[in-house]
Write a protein that binds this ligand. Structure first.
Ligand code: MCA
Ligand code: AMP
Length: 489
């Protein structure tokens, strides 16, 4: 197939990546990734300890050049989730930084330390001949059960990044600033592979801070910012009284939000202070990017824009009928098809089949279309999927983890509106012994250690029993009333 990263092949002294004080030019990245690609060629699949560092970018680039599927691992993944991912994806080795201390769960895997400074040049290929070859396996939560591995091909990655090139006039002159984690589509595929495919550059902040955004977009010369709504909310909060931040945002070419809905209030605060409108795009791990507000379009707060090049999008009613009207009112489930779609859920033909209606992928997101075709997301089908800080989290996986705590007899998990996180995880717990309730912190630590810190409950309510119907089915909608009653009684 055509090279995923033509600028890497050509090599140059232009900066490709900057993480803090460390910069890699295209030449340097080509040497580091080329040398590593030569070592991992026969590895089957490789796990990547995806810290927010240049090493992760080198490791993933090397895997793509070698045609070896990469499985990015959240370095904070708890023991149970890590064990599941390793069992399911069976990597042949793990790529990590020389100083990284890996958890016991990875001790059995051969390890290669990723070097970023490599003096010699190792010739590398353009990647696998077959564009359908798996490029990445990214784990994503469902309503119940452990996360599923989403197999993304070289074809899907290239198609989605090239469609964004067109929508945003994204070029080699762009300098992308972001602070997203590198184990999900947003931060890794859009935020690292995107600039590399264009021959442009990326400045990663390591960890999100409003000061870092102001610095890199301002004096740092960044032209684009990618973030989740929580980040834009924190930026909006800081604008008053921070003229340097206002200037930095005002001079950026493109401010993009995604992974969850950016509230209109935050859109408006940023536009009022900076004169710039944030554009949204809508995607999913399984589909990569589906829609985007094109650069230069008039402000459309609350809209995720138009289907990207090559993406078919339809709205479908409960009974399977396709909505014909673009009236801004009729709500249907978003279904998509196109070259941006994933290949399958790893080892889950049942789940893969259930996710499709023919060639159409059922996203589970509910939307309306305006008369001019713009898509506005109004909700989602499954209330047991929570989006917190831009992370998708299944209520079921947290309930199971809570039930494994010896002091928990029953547990339910819901998402509650939160100005900062979009939704906050709330746990409703019946203690095994009402006299010896665990603390909220103990339960949060327990979930963080088993699954991941971002999956920990932020609020814990204790109840004497959970509300259920005659069949014993949990009534999640009745939980607030049950709590109010428990407090009264
Ligand atoms: C706190 N921490 C803990 C605990 N409590 N660690 C262990 N046990 C505990 N009990 C640690 C955390 O690990 C973290 O450490 C620090 O305390 C703060 O954590 P937290 O409160 O969770 O962070 P936050 O302030 O809530 O983070 C906000 C955030 C983050 C920065 C916006 O949510 C974020 O990075 N979101 C991005 C999600 C994303 O990329 N989604 C894309 C997937 P430390 O401070 O050291 O880190 S969606 C996607 O890809 C699709 C395709 C799409 O459309 O984009
Ligand atoms: P994930 O499964 O983690 O890849 O998250 C995908 C989900 O994030 C989608 O199904 C949507 O529910 C949500 N999402 C992504 N971008 C947006 C957006 N711009 N507005 C609203 N929801 C979004």
């Amino acid at each position: 197939m055509n090279a995923l990263f033509p600028a890497l092949k050509a090599g140059s002294d232009r900066p490709a990546l900057r993480f803090g004080a460390q910069t890699l030019t295209y030449d340097e990245l080509g040497r580091a990734a080329g040398a590593l690609a030569a070592r991992i060629g026969g590895a089957g699949r490789v796990a990547v300890w995806a810290t927010p560092t240049a090493r992760t970018a080198v490791a993933v680039t090397a895997a793509l050049l070698a045609g070896v599927p990469a499985i990015p691992l959240n370095p904070r993944t708890g023991e149970r989730e890590l064990a599941h991912i390793l069992d399911d994806s069976t990597p042949g080795l793990v790529l990590a930084g020389p100083d990284d201390v890996l958890p016991a769960g990875l001790a059995e895997l051969p390890r290669i330390d990723v070097e970023t400074a490599v003096a010699h040049h190792t010739p590398f290929s353009d990647g696998p001949d077959d564009p359908e070859s798996a490029a990445l396996i990214v784990y994503t939560s469902g309503t119940t059960g452990p996360p599923k591995g989403v197999v993304l091909s070289h074809r899907a990655v290239a198609a989605s990044l090239d469609a964004l090139e067109e929508a945003w006039a994204w070029t080699a002159d762009d300098v992308l600033v972001h602070a997203l984690p590198l184990f999900h589509v947003h931060g890794l595929i859009l935020g690292i592979l995107g600039p590399l495919r264009r021959g442009g550059s990326v400045r990663h902040l390591g960890a999100f801070s409003v000061e870092g955004v102001a610095r890199e977009l301002g004096a740092g010369g960044g032209t684009m910012l990618f973030g989740v709504p929580t980040m834009y909310h924190r930026i909006a909060d800081a604008l008053d009284g921070d003229p340097a931040l206002v200037r930095a945002l005002a001079q950026a070419r493109l401010l993009v939000s995604g992974s969850a809905a950016l509230p209109v209030h935050d859109h408006e605060r940023i536009a009022a202070a900076t004169g710039r409108t944030v554009v949204e795009r809508y995607g999913m791990t399984e589909t990569l990017m589906n829609t985007a507000v094109p650069v230069g379009s008039p402000p459309r707060p609350g809209s995720v824009g138009l289907p990207l090049r090559g993406v078919g999008l339809r709205l479908v009613e409960e009974d399977g009928t396709e909505l014909g009207a673009y009236d801004g009112e009729s709500v249907g489930e978003i279904q998509v098809r196109g070259p941006n779609l994933f290949s399958a859920y790893l080892n889950r033909p049942d789940a893969t089949a259930a996710a499709f209606d023919g060639e159409w992928f059922r996203t589970g997101d509910m939307a309306v279309r305006e008369p001019d075709g713009y898509v506005r997301i109004v909700g989602r089908k499954a209330t047991d999927l929570i989006k917190s800080g831009g992370y998708k989290i299944g209520a079921g996986e947290i309930e199971n983890a809570l039930l494994d705590h010896p002091a928990v007899a029953e547990a339910a998990v819901t998402g509650e509106a939160d100005a900062d996180l979009g939704e906050r995880i709330v746990a409703w717990v019946v203690a095994a012994d009402a006299e010896k309730r665990p603390t909220a912190e103990e339960l949060a630590d327990h979930v963080a250690a088993l699954l991941a810190p971002h999956k920990r409950p932020r609020t814990v309510h204790f109840l004497g029993s959970l509300p259920r119907n005659d069949m014993g089915k949990l009534l999640k909608k009745a939980l607030p009333d049950a709590l109010a009653e428990a407090r009264r009684g």
